[in-house]
Design a protein around this ligand. Structure first.
Ligand code: NAD
Length: 482
């Protein structure tokens, strides 16, 4: 059996990358494209043996990598960023074929950001503060020491972007890594391994294992040789991983789901507010940060809804490789069934689908129509649970107090977006919102220096900027006598 699949003309090795070598498994799993359900590749299905081999490789490489001067680590990370830029077009088309997100956003937004993730943490590493201060004549020197092998587990909605968001700071800090991408989008992680090898990253510093979460994923997070786990994905998986991390008493960082609000006040620029609402359908609603709960002041709700319905009707759904497409497919038929189940139960409970409300059958089984539901109750499933599809709910409020209460009445706390023309109100409301990120009259503006993460069930800890180094390092204070 060939271990190389050709995906959109690009050869992708479907084996693991462990200790600087390609490693096959006894069995494989099938990777399909959400664009048309076509089989793309048979990918190595790792289990405990591969997890152990990958952690052993990361352990063996750790002393050498940790001792590598920061400037050299930074140089190698920049080399990987250059490799990403050189292969940007291939990475973009493979990612689109594998996870169905728009090719134009992979080309212009996501893959440049992948390179930026790597460069940003290379630069940050060279700027990291080593604090020095004196105590009764003794000097204190605070250093950021590498922690050891890190297991990094990522979901399918933004595979390479989220992988490098973790790989870059972990490697910059002097740790070695085992990356496990999602079984629904395994391909670009394999290309990253190739790019890292070409850039000269030593064997065992970055390892990539493929397979199911319940098999190789569970074995990795329970391995006693691992010093850090960083996970992006769903809440139930996070709870399983937290148990494993507790067993070995190691820090774990969790970036999880959300049910974020978009609050639209009567004093908002209505065109902007409608644009912000339509933006929430991006990536077919498969965005953790998406503001899927529209909370609109009653006095403008009718006009807002009218404009939103008109604008949503113009969204072009179809092949994510086409330049004109606004919304592509969802990741898997299982996900479509899940999304549709949420919508059907909401409608049965009295919700009204004023836009969409079902799969787009003209396009086959993997495309869900952008949907807007009104007449939803605050305590209903559709308002409280993350759908992770192109489904928004709309509720109204009469006062600022009520808006804040509705916005915060959720077990999540990832993000919140406000549309208002009143700066004082923006400040007052944002101070009271429970969220890791608040956007005022904008959405998805990200700076890698900022802390990123969620409150409540949206996550534990923050990554980004120096917060990433806090997580991936063991801080040490060295006190020297005069
Ligand atoms: P998921 O939890 O099903 O899977 C995520 C990853 O965990 C996959 O690689 C999977 O194989 C692995 N996994 C599953 N079970 C495991 C186990 N027992 N041990 C170890 N690994 C295991 O999530 P998903 O469906 O792939 O992703 C969607 C979720 O991710 C949504 O809830 C979304 O909001 C969230 N998400 C959050 C962020 C963020 O930054 N906060 C970003 C993107 C996605």
């Amino acid at each position: 059996m060939s271990h190389v699949a050709t995906v959109a003309g690009v050869p992708v090795d479907t084996r693991h990358w462990i200790g600087g070598a390609r490693v096959a498994s006894a069995t494989t799993f099938t990777d399909e494209s959400p664009i048309d359900g076509r089989t793309l590749a048979e990918v190595a299905r790792g289990e405990r043996t591969e997890a152990e081999a990958a952690v052993a490789a990361a352990q063996a490489a750790f002393p050498g990598w940790a001792a590598t001067p920061a400037a050299e680590r930074a140089r190698l990370l920049r080399g990987i960023a250059e490799g990403v830029e050189k292969r940007l077009e291939e990475l973009a088309i493979v990612e689109t074929t594998d996870n169905g997100a728009l090719l134009r956003s992979h080309r212009r937004g996501v893959m440049p950001r992948v390179a930026h993730n790597l460069r940003f943490f290379a630069d940050r590493l060279e700027d990291i503060g080593h604090e020095d201060f004196a105590t009764r004549g003794h000097s204190n020197h605070v250093s950021w020491d590498p922690a050891g092998p890190c297991v990094l587990i990522t979901p399918w909605n933004a595979p390479l972007m989220l992988a490098t968001w973790k790989v870059a700071p972990a490697l910059a800090a002097g740790n070695t890594v085992v990356l496990k991408p999602s079984e629904w989008s395994p391909l670009t992680a394999s290309l990253l391994a190739d790019i890292a090898a070409v850039a000269g990253l030593p064997a065992g510093v970055l390892n990539v294992v493929q397979g199911y979460g319940a098999e190789v994923g569970a074995a990795l997070v329970a391995h006693p040789g691992v010093r850090r786990i960083s996970f992006t994905g769903s809440v139930p998986t996070a709870k399983n991983i937290a148990r494993s991390a507790a067993g070995n008493l190691i820090p774990a960082s969790f970036e999880l789901g959300g049910k974020s609000p978009l609050l639209v006040f009567a004093d908002a620029d209505l065109d902007l507010a409608v644009d912000l609402a339509v933006e929430q359908y991006d990536n077919a609603g498969q965005v953790c940060l998406a503001a899927t709960r529209l909370l609109v002041e009653t006095s403008i709700a009718e006009e807002f809804t009218r404009r939103l319905v008109a604008k949503a009707a113009k969204l072009r759904q179809g092949d994510p490789r086409a330049e004109v497409t606004d919304i592509g497919p969802n990741i898997h038929t299982r996900q479509i069934e899940k999304i549709d189940g949420f919508v059907r139960r909401a409608v049965a409970a009295g919700a009204r689908a004023v836009v969409g409300g079902g799969p787009n059958t003209d396009l086959g089984g993997l495309y869900y129509r952008p949907t807007l539901l009104t007449d939803v109750a605050q305590d209903s499933e559709i308002v409280q649970e993350e759908v992770f599809g192109p489904v928004l709910t709309l509720q109204t409020f009469d006062t600022e107090e009520e808006a804040v209460r509705l916005a915060n009445d959720t077990r999540f706390g990832l993000a919140a977006t406000l549309a208002t023309g009143d700066r004082d109100r923006a400040r007052r409301v944002s101070e009271r919102l429970v969220a890791g990120t608040v956007w005022i009259n904008c959405f998805f503006v990200r700076d890698l220096r900022a802390p990123f993460g969620g409150s409540r069930e949206s996550g534990v800890g923050r990554e980004g900027g120096d917060w990433s180094f806090d997580f991936y390092c063991d801080l040490k204070n060295t006190v020297t006598a005069p």
